[in-house]
Design a protein around this ligand. Structure first.
Ligand code: HAM
Length: 433
């Protein structure tokens, strides 16, 4: 029997592989512009890391972790998210959190959650994210949101909706949790099993319940905004004012609580509904955390970060036909050797062009000139480089512009120089900047 991929996983090939590479590279470049450094934590961590950080009350820890005992009987988990591993890494490598703060890290790679597979929901998926750790300030919350927003703008995802809320400080959350418990107590026996345990572990999680009868109860539940301390309220107002000054549009959503337990103060999600009406849920999300670093035995410092789901970014780009702007499926040069003897020179020419930064391919098969031109067209080449017997003897090549059909002969030892000066002339004539 044929062996297929595991349910909830997917092979990333062809257009999707190109799209992922493009998205990841772009997000890396923008992170570098914002002075973030790449970090690569391992895929496996001690299970306790996620229990202590993501939280016992979260669905991720309660139901979705891929956990197993290794041969030495240690409980190991495939990371269900990055943030906990990044904080573990920073705490373990002590100097990182004693130098200039915040430490700004970005990361990218696969994560694993045993969820029910559906549109945009996988069991192995890829995240790209950042964490700015070691410093507590509303400005950093906003800088991190601005970074995420810049990334989405650079991907042309203009219809994105930023939803934002505050979970307040500890004092606000303690008061709010008490109010929620009081409100849900009379209904508890009719609520789903999950909510009954959420009630004890973290009643905030009840607000995220998807069971329709529980959702009806949630509609009339007390709201966080009525329990915010003055300090938490003014911090949030300042965050919103900073977003206004950066002209980043947002919607305050006071039902937004996030599914992981480590958050405090600012939380946010980016939502996107494609032109065709497909709702992929959040394409990225994050927030501020006060206690996570200390909880993992590090210094008493705060952090803030977000992660995008790469699968979801790719899906919305594809759905809204935005991929054609980013997938450069074309060639600058297609090198066409006529006959065996020309192939050696073709390899030299292709190598020179590639080293000069031109996307180049060459024909290795014995083929007629016409069929090579057809191949060049299929590969969307801008120029053909033709090498026949005469060209070998004269150490020259013919370069043909496949759009204008104009061609010229160029000496081999002046190839890149001539191309670059032609490009320069072209740019002086045209109106590009
Ligand atoms: P999260 O909301 O659990 O947050 O996941 C972040 C993003 O990962 C989601 O917005 C979504 O795009 C994507 N995602 C989540 N689950 C799936 C899935 N099953 N299939 C495909 N994509 C999925 C975190 O993971 C936090 N660590 C974010 C963060 C960083 N908070 C602070 N720093």
């Amino acid at each position: 029997m044929q062996i297929n991929n595991v349910k909830g996983t997917h092979d990333i090939i062809g257009e999707e592989a190109n799209g992922f590479a493009y998205i990841e590279n772009l997000l890396k470049q923008i992170s570098e512009l914002f002075a973030y450094n790449e970090v690569r934590p391992p895929v496996i961590e001690h299970s306790e890391l996620f229990v202590r950080s993501v939280g016992e009350a979260s669905d991720v820890v309660r139901k979705e972790m891929y956990t197993f005992n290794d041969k030495a009987n240690r409980s190991i988990t495939l990371r269900p998210e990055f943030t906990a591993g990044i904080i573990r890494l920073l705490v373990q490598n002590k100097t990182l959190l004693t130098n200039e703060l915040p430490y700004k890290a970005y990361y990218c790679g696969p994560v694993f959650r045993y969820e029910r597979p559906q549109l945009g929901r996988y069991r192995q998926f890829n995240q790209f994210g950042v964490e700015a750790v070691g410093f507590d300030s509303p400005e950093i919350d906003v800088e991190v949101i601005a970074l995420a927003y810049t990334m989405l703008q650079s991907l042309n995802l203009e219809k994105v909706v930023l939803k934002i809320n505050t979970l307040g400080d500890e004092q606000s959350r303690t008061a709010y949790k008490e109010a929620l418990k009081k409100y849900f107590e009379p209904y508890l026996s009719d609520m789903c099993d999950d909510c009954q345990s959420r009630y004890d572990l973290n009643p905030l999680r009840i607000l995220d319940c998807k069971v329709p009868t529980d959702r009806d109860l949630v509609k009339d539940a007390p709201r966080m905004k009525d329990f915010l301390s003055e300090k938490a309220q003014s911090r949030f107002e300042y965050v919103l004012a900073l977003l206004d000054s950066l002209e980043i549009p947002y919607q305050v959503d006071d039902t937004l609580v996030r599914g992981l337990d480590y958050y405090s103060e600012t939380v946010f999600e980016f939502h996107y509904i494609s032109k065709g009406g497909n709702n992929y849920g959040a394409i990225g999300a994050g927030g501020h955390y006060d206690k996570l670093v200390k909880e993992l035995d590090g210094p008493d410092v705060a952090g803030v970060g977000f992660s995008f789901g790469i699968e979801r970014l790719f899906s919305v780009l594809k759905d809204d036909d935005l991929l054609r702007y980013i997938l450069n499926d074309y060639l600058d040069y297609y090198v066409m050797p006529l006959g065996l003897a020309a192939r050696e020179m073709a390899l030299t020419v292709a190598t020179e062009l590639r080293l000069a930064g031109f996307r180049t391919d060459l024909c290795f098969e014995e083929a007629k000139l016409n069929s090579m031109f057809k191949r060049a067209e299929r590969k969307m080449a801008k120029f053909a480089v033709i090498i026949g017997e005469d060209e070998i003897n004269r150490r020259e090549v013919i370069i043909k512009n496949l759009e204008t059909k104009q061609q010229k002969t160029v000496a081999l030892d002046k190839l890149v120089e001539t191309i670059n000066s032609d490009l320069g002339e072209y740019c002086e004539d045209c109106s590009c900047e």
